[in-house]
Design a protein around this ligand. Structure first.
Ligand code: ZN
Ligand code: ZN
Length: 746
């Protein structure tokens, strides 16, 4: 028989995921000889056997690879046979090798779950069960390489039985760094707010479950931080939690025992079901079926639901007859709490007890949020389960780039060669606490990857905290700083994740971003390629009366639009009173508008949504960002046909005719639907005018499903190709990816 030998080099997330034992099994099955070994960039395999078997091996390698393995590249070399006698797993030769692809935290796998609830198993009901296919990674690692002494598990010495598993290449727990059992691993403890220890281990769990059943709220330590947890079907508890957290209406996420419990309360589609069950276990926005406690997601058709992802969650949810609110344990506007002493200090006021454990969380990592938009799963927050998986770029960077992102929903990114590593969700950076959390996270991730930036990129906005931070950083490290226009970065991020380098028509619509002319942009059409962009169309500008105040009060934007159209007579034309302004206020607001006092100009589509929501009586003031747009999305009715007129004037989209028609409409549902239809037709109109065949949609407004679906349907019908986000958020959480791309131009 003719023998051949293949040398296969695989790069990607192939270490610490049970890849070598898998290769071993496949090679043995096929009677092949050779070896598999981890090297500094991934896995190296040599296999020897017949041509036909080698081909089968290559197919099986991809078909059956472990669920957590992600391959980024494969090199195959054909060599003369060398006469291997057997197949073996070789120990890595180099010590201290760098695992380039650090893995995210992964939800408890089915095999561990079976053991968790099997009374005869030695890990029965043990809240820290894990294996090579599941468990914490990103949140426990202190430095590379990913080895137990370099994780927060270093303080736990494995018992002989755990060690046996850890050392056996054929065991599911071979080199599972957080491997533990009740004899040797971490344990739970329960405290009451006064700081008194109530119990440990089983007792801590039992008392916690009793308390939750009786309606208490608990802080529970998870994978990337603490959750505040209470019965999601009891209004009293949920309302109390809102009051204590000073969180008026922003929806809470709800954790369910399993898919069948989700389906009692919500109507997930097949795609949403698959997302809920994925190993990343994000929060998924799904339509409600029956109301949980009314305060969970007030005024919205959708609710954020997720399934347990740590063994502790599984135990809690299986022991309770109801789903639970599971919201980030933090003070408002502050990062999620991750440390025990911090929790005892700052979460005590919110809860009746604190359930913690002694496996330290090295870095905080919030839950991820995904929504199906235009038929594709789209992250609204990319964090636990996804970060820090790299994103492949369509360009090669000549320098190492640190991109600091924006101000809201911040993520930052490290760019190197042909990939970007986006950080976990850092949050809104609006005060010193969040800024120092941001800074800490940047140094942490750079340290982890041994990353020394040669270029730093930030937003163009002079008042973003991240911009100031980047200015200082560039001075301190003596490296160049690039400032990138906000909406350009949005479009580049969409291009990056869709592997586009050619010219596209970028549609960047959001709340506001700093424009190059000093006004607040947010309704932009940018003809974009790798060397820059041209602002080919934008919405007619209007004044935001009161600046930041207008962002929180849709009625101010509506009033401004009316002033623009009708001048001082606005109140005679329509009933402005329903907006809730007094006569005196109206007079002052008119003066502010006319003279431009604290009334910056804006072309933002996000603000146009706000103005419409005010004019239709949907919402006059917001209690969280994006609230009016979410409520309008819920009102959208696909059976309503038609749209309002608009005018394309040179490079400006005039909305005056749009609003005149909208004001005539009686039914808010019809008006909302036609408003969104109009935006779809504006994109079509501009696309036809410009003629570029490929479009990229980005910016926070593109989180709106009927809008994105409408644009995709109508434009693709006309032969355009529409690209959207599916790897990073369309909102400012995706900005850092676009900023990294600019590094390639530098
Ligand atoms: Zn497992
Ligand atoms: Zn053990």
């Amino acid at each position: 028989m003719q023998l051949s030998r293949l040398r296969i080099k695989l790069k990607g997330a192939v270490q610490g995921v049970g890849f070598r034992p898998f290769v071993y099994r496949v090679a043995k099955e096929l009677g092949l000889r050779g070896f598999v070994i981890n090297d500094s960039r991934g896995v190296l395999i040599e296999v020897e056997g017949s041509r036909e078997r080698l081909n089968r091996f290559l197919i099986e390698l991809h078909k059956r690879k472990p669920p957590l393995a992600h391959l980024f590249s494969q090199e195959i070399e054909s060599l003369p046979p060398t006469g291997y006698k057997d197949f073996e797993i070789r120990e890595s030769e180099e010590e201290g090798e760098k695992e380039v692809f650090l893995l995210p935290d992964i939800a408890t796998c089915n095999e561990c779950l079976k053991e968790l609830f099997e009374p005869s198993d030695r890990r029965y009901m043990y809240p820290f069960i894990n294996c090579t296919n599941c468990g914490p990674r990103f949140t426990i690692i202190e430095r590379l390489p990913y080895d137990r002494p370099n994780t927060t598990m270093k303080v736990f010495e494995m018992c002989p039985e755990c060690e046996k598993e850890y050392k056996n290449p054929l065991d599911r727990r071979f080199h599972a760094q957080p491997n533990a059992c009740p004899l040797c691993g971490p344990w739970l403890s329960l405290y009451i707010p006064s700081g008194e220890l109530i119990g440990e281990g089983k007792k801590a769990l039992e008392v916690s479950l009793e308390m939750l059943k009786e309606g208490s709220t608990l802080a529970v330590k998870g994978i990337g931080g603490f959750h505040l947890i209470c019965n999601a079907t009891e209004e009293e508890g949920v309302k109390k939690l809102r009051e204590k957290k000073r969180r008026q209406e922003k929806p809470f996420a709800v954790m369910f025992r399993d898919l069948s419990q989700v389906e009692e309360y919500a109507l997930p589609t097949d795609l949403e079901r698959a997302l809920l069950l994925s190993p990343e276990r994000p929060i998924v926005l799904v339509n409600k079926r029956k109301e949980l406690a009314p305060s969970v997601a007030p005024g919205l058709k959708r609710v954020g639901v997720f399934l347990p992802y740590s063994p502790l969650h599984h135990i809690i949810l299986r022991s309770l007859p109801f789903p639970v609110v599971a919201t980030s344990g933090n003070l408002s506007d502050e990062p999620i709490v991750k440390d025990n002493d911090e929790a005892l200090k700052s979460l005590s006021e919110f809860v009746d007890a604190i359930l913690l454990h002694n496996r330290d969380i090295k870095r905080r990592c919030d839950d991820s949020v995904v929504k199906v938009i235009g038929g594709s799963p789209t992250p609204l927050r990319r964090s636990r389960g996804y970060a820090p998986m790299p994103i492949k770029l369509p360009v090669k960077l000549s320098k190492k780039v640190l991109a600091v992102g924006g101000m809201l929903k911040n993520t930052f990114a490290l760019g190197m060669e042909d990939r970007a590593i986006l950080s976990q969700h850092i949050g809104d950076i609006e005060n010193l606490t969040t800024l120092s959390a941001f800074s800490e996270a940047v140094y942490d991730l750079m340290g982890l990857y041994d990353f020394t930036p040669e270029l730093v990129v930030c937003d163009h906005h002079p008042r973003y905290e991240t911009t100031r931070w980047a200015e200082e950083f560039s001075k301190e490290k003596n490296i160049p700083l690039l400032k990138v226009q906000h909406h350009y970065a949005h479009i580049l991020s969409c291009m990056a994740e869709n592997s586009l380098k050619e010219e596209v028509l970028g549609v960047a619509w959001d709340g506001t971003g700093f424009g190059e002319d000093g006004t607040l942009w947010g309704g932009e059409f940018l003809l974009t390629n790798m060397s820059g962009y041209k602002r080919v169309f934008h919405f007619r500008k209007f004044k935001l009366i009161g600046g930041e105040k207008a962002v929180k009060e849709p009625r101010r934007v509506a009033l401004s639009i009316l002033f623009h159209i009708f001048g001082k007579d606005a109140s005679r034309v329509i009933d402005i009173k329903k907006m809730g302004f007094s006569d005196k206020e109206l007079e002052n607001l008119y003066i502010a508008w006319e003279r431009g006092i604290n009334s910056p100009l804006s072309s933002s589509v996000g603000r146009l949504f706000d103005s419409v929501s005010s004019l239709l009586g949907i919402r006059q003031k917001l209690s969280y960002e994006g609230q009016s747009a979410m409520m309008m999305e819920d009102l959208y009715d696909p059976s309503v046909k038609g749209h309002y007129p608009f005018e394309l004037k040179e490079t400006e989209i005039d909305w005056e005719t749009l609003f005149l028609a909208l004001l005539e409409e009686k039914d808010p549902k019809v008006a909302t639907s036609r408003f969104i239809n109009t935006l779809v037709h504006i994109v079509l109109g501009v696309a036809q005018e410009i003629g570029t065949q490929k479009l990229c949609l980005s910016g926070g407004v593109m989180q709106n499903d009927p809008l994105v679906s409408g644009i995709k349907n109508i434009l693709e019908d006309k032969g355009f190709k529409v690209f959207t986000h599916s790897k990073v958020p369309p909102n400012d959480g995706g900005l850092s990816l676009g900023q990294v791309m600019v590094g390639a131009l530098y």
